[in-house]
Design a protein around this ligand. Structure first.
Ligand code: CO8
Length: 258
């Protein structure tokens, strides 16, 4: 396993674990974190032995945003032309299901990173928000787009325009997180969910994630066409034959992820 400067990576069974590890900056997402994450996620995503990825941080912070000190002196041109932040698009584009296990602050780019994942599990200590407006900017890693899709225009607008933070309970109520758990149980719960997902047939997981992604990006008719195509394609997999045979024979399926 590669050694990284700003993250720790390990695999347990079919689950890849990525822990953001810049405690001195509350896991602020600087360019090195982006490069490390892109590299680690691409490697896990290319590995057929991995069926789910968990991204987590520390007790205090999932990530307190993009690194303000690194960004402060930038000019618009640096961002628009250099493409130096474009790695974040690659983080969002992996085909493997990703769970964000969030304790403490998930602010700005940290909230946006969580929203690039498929499931957000929150510790009861979690705090989410898009406070960029208080810095004279706006979310730049998908916050205005994904938050609206996740919680609806009016709630998203209030948070983006005011910079107000929401606690874990409110985040669950408005539909940003799928579940709140006691902080001490966050990693166990994330592990259980990740193992349960990773045990499912890989071709069906990739297809399910692609179809779910399409629901956010395409008109209904196009999404339905893609779903139908992906559904049909799974009938050419060994795991579909195994899954349905196991049902008929009243036994557990033995998936080969093919
Ligand atoms: N960037 C850099 N350093 C940070 C950041 C950050 N986002 N957040 C915290 N730190 C550092 C602090 O500067 C401090 O370092 P030092 O000890 O050297 O002064 C250390 O982490 C600990 O932080 P605090 O002392 O502030 O801890 P507190 O417990 O008092 O406060 C908070 C915690 C409330 C989380 C506070 O640190 C805070 O408000 N942080 C900034 C939150 C924020 O505004 N985030 C949004 C950033 S902008 C963004 O994410 C834009 C994303 C889009 C990028 C798009 C590119 C195309």
């Amino acid at each position: 396993m590669t050694d990284y400067e700003t993250i720790q990576v390990e695999t347990r069974g079919r689950v890849g674990w990525i822990t953001l590890d810049r405690p001195q900056a509350l896991n602020a997402l600087n360019n090195q974190v982006m490069r490390d994450l892109v590299d680690a996620m691409s490697a896990l995503d290319a590995d057929e032995g991995i069926g789910a990825i968990v991204i987590t941080g520390s007790d205090r912070a999932f990530a307190a945003g993009a690194d303000i000190k690194e960004m402060e002196g930038l000019q618009g041109r640096d961002i628009a032309v250099s493409g130096q932040f474009d790695g974040w698009y690659r983080v969002a584009a992996v085909r493997t299901p990703v769970i964000a296990a969030v304790a403490g602050y998930a602010l700005g780019g940290g909230c946006e990173l969580a929203m690039m994942c498929d499931v957000i599990l929150a510790a009861d200590t979690a705090k989410f928000g898009q406070p960029e407006i208080t810095l004279g900017v706006i979310p730049g890693m998908g916050g205005t787009q994904r938050l609206v899709r996740a919680i609806g225009y009016f709630k998203a607008a209030e948070l983006v325009l005011s910079g107000r933070l929401v606690d874990a309970q409110e985040a669950e109520r408005i539909g940003l997180v799928s579940r709140v758990v006691p902080a001490a149980e966050l990693l166990d719960e994330a592990g259980k969910l990740a193992e349960s997902i990773a045990a499912k047939p890989l071709p069906a997981l990739y297809a399910a994630k692609a179809a779910l992604d399409a629901a956010l990006e395409t008109p209904l008719a196009e999404g339905l066409r893609l779903e139908k195509h992906l559904f049909a394609s799974l009938f050419d997999t060994a795991d579909q034959k195994e899954g349905m045979a196991a049902f008929r024979e009243k036994r557990s399926p033995d998936f080969t992820h093919r």
